[in-house]
Design a protein around this ligand. Sequence first.
Ligand code: 16G
Ligand code: MG
Length: 542
Amino acid sequence: MDLGAITKYSALHAKPNGLILQYGTAGFRTKAEHLDHVMFRMGLLAVLRSKQTKSTIGVMVTASHNPEEDNGVKLVDPLGEMLAPSWEEHATYLANAEEQDMQRVLIDISEKEAVNLQQDAFVVIGRDTRPSSEKLSQSVIDGVTVLGGQFHDYGLLTTPQLHYMVYCRNTGGRYGKATIEGYYQKLSKAFVELTKQASCSGDEYRSLKVDCANGIGALKLREMEHYFSQGLSVQLFNDGSKGKLNHLCGADFVKSHQKPPQGMEIKSNERCCSFDGDADRIVYYYHDADGHFHLIDGDKIATLISSFLKELLVEIGESLNIGVVQTAYANGSSTRYLEEVMKVPVYCTKTGVKHLHHKAQEFDIGVYFEANGHGTALFSTAVEMKIKQSAEQLEDKKRKAAKMLENIIDLFNQAAGDAISDMLVIEAILALKGLTVQQWDALYTDLPNRQLKVQVADRRVISTTNAERQAVTPPGLQEAINDLVKKYKLSRAFVRPSGTEDVVRVYAEADSQESADHLAHEVSLAVFQLAGGIGERPQPGF
Ligand code: 16G
Ligand code: MG
């Protein structure tokens, strides 16, 4: 380590006085102007992690669905996964170190993690379309070079594409080619092969409207479009040519406001979807003949996918262990449908992709989705081998199912939830099953629900257990929630401190929208009273 150079370059990316940031659920996120030093330091940290794991590490510059003025950064571990928890702590420690402590902190981390500083390091970098992203990714590169790391800057990429690159590079090309063409070709080939098998591929199945949140998804989908145009034609909206990133559009807007994005005209029964700002989330929706808006969220996506996978397995005659992973936000109807109708076991984890991903790895086939549209399906290596063999050996009908499964495995981004890959999987399944968007929606009816935020002095006073479904502290809060829930039918409610905002989140569902709204409001009041609410008391009405 050239400590002199580190001190010199670090001063060029100086930390603003008194600024403290935390590596949160998905990395650092705040106003872009506060992030230069964090980027430089994450470049340094990525080199250390790369040396320790003797693998390529990824650094993604994005703030996902957050406003255009924000930015953020996260590190991607060797198999395309989120950074290991102990390194998240190092990231926070390093990001908050004062200038004069930089050398000591770097040495400290290296010693704790037994990093061999002589080892080579390689870092790949990607960024979204925010105006601040290019300069910030340059600061990451400065950090990488100062520690003697090699790097490849992919420039503009969706977050899942960067995960894919990292995964490809660390698996000797077995997973795919670590280039943008490699990504397009791998997914498109699987998609086109799959849809060729669809008996109903009329116009209804061939066209889809996509709201790209004025983000990177638009650029990448436009580049990719001609690779899969045989199977699907996409019409892009909010493609960044005029609107602001994530402003009144994108998956987060559509999911949280339960209404269509601006800038997209929807005719009745047309299939539409929205990506978020870095294209790792997707939700679907449509307007029915009466003009009512219907949202098809991550829960219904998981249901469609897991049901289809289960059917294929039955056809092939394989009894593999398949599991669906959700969070407490999953609509109660989806859990009931999966368990009781589909007979698929369902598991609940804490919010945040890394928790779901980790759990999903325990199954032969693990399908995970957050209600907000983050998710994918993971297939164990053993399953992949088995399916490949079946596709060679089985007799006709079974072979066809095995072939489909083989293509589906290729189509899922197994490194991360990926809006483009999920979209193609969904489109293929709908075409293969001959399902319209309304038929898909009709699998089950969502229970009415409401989400609210409460401001408290310190949200850490709330701690939870049982995958965030129960509050442990402050005392009395869970009892209060239990009493409120008892007043309504088919009801459920929970509270948790947000991992990305300084608020407490409240979720309630019940048999009617009115009840869900009341319950959410009453739970908000309980939080306000028992967990140190600040500002105005929560008011009823939305
Ligand atoms: C982050 C997470 C997302 C989670 C959300 C919850 C990743 C890549 N992203 O955006 O999965 O749903 O945080 O936010 O893990 P909250 O803690 O503010 O409710
Ligand atoms: Mg995102």
